[in-house]
Design a protein around this ligand. Sequence first.
Ligand code: PMP
Length: 335
Amino acid sequence: MRFDPRLEGFQPYRTIQGNYRIWLNRNESPYDLPKELKEEILEEFRKLSFNRYPHITADPLRQKIADSLDLKLSNVVVGNGTDGLMPYLIKIFDGDHVVISSPTFPMYRFYAELEGLPVVDVPLKEDFSLGDVEAVAANARVVFICSPNNPTGNVFEREKILKVLETGTPVVLDEAYVEFSRYGSNLDLVNDFENLIVLRTFSKAFGLAGVRVGYAVAHESVVDRLLRIMSPFSMNLLSMKIAEKLLENRELVEENIRTIVLERERLFYELEDYAYPSETNFLLVRLDLFDFLLQRGIVVRKLGGRLEGMVRITVGKERENDELLIAIKDYLDRF
Ligand code: PMP
């Protein structure tokens, strides 16, 4: 078996399990689909032929995503979550290293190392803005930029992203949380920059983390290269149908986004002395709350490295957030 020492000790799939009451650790949506919509989907499942392969490149879903973004089918590729697209994105370009800006989503480093590539980390500045990424972009396979960034919650300035794009190096801009941001998307830049790939997901704002659908938006030459190396039929029929259904029910998604953003701002207001402003569905909090909250049945994400002593808390339902706030107040009274 191939052993890569760079992977030693890195456990991307280490995740807490157990019988806890409130799960605020994975930036999922707290809202499952309404019962009626689920019933409607199940009814449609009955009519599908499970014995047949789905569309080889999931074109019906690609087309619907493209329509929703005012783009062409040839600009969109779908995958088994955005995570399912990342390894392919690292394979299609030339270059001898991958650039990341920590603290950020750990899977960029994971997939780069899996591909045997060195990772050049340009850490975020003190205020969590991007550092001099352009300086190490030459000859990079890919520069990963996560905006809004997980786990810091902030967006990066468009001007700065433009500067990185102007180096000509492929830039993967991960917009997993963009629907929660007041600053909007940079997706429009795809028309101007052939080296830009934007990642989006149905796992967060669309509430379909369990269904596993993500997509990349890019110049058609990039999409073409991705499709050449991706496994055929990689998007299953059922996930495809559920994602399509949600695109047809946009108002439901918009309503959930509004509620989550309002709840985020309520939590931010209550935790202002300890929380960083957020453009996502989570808050980065400067309190070492992990063990204390776990004892109360509330699971949040414990952070390490530069963010040691902090936690990342996903915005939950109103009732869950109430409980969270009560527990945090209790913590502050004690410590
Ligand atoms: N990008 C970022 C920044 C994320 O935080 C996550 C999930 N936590 C993903 C991508 C993966 O999303 P998906 O469910 O689409 O694989």
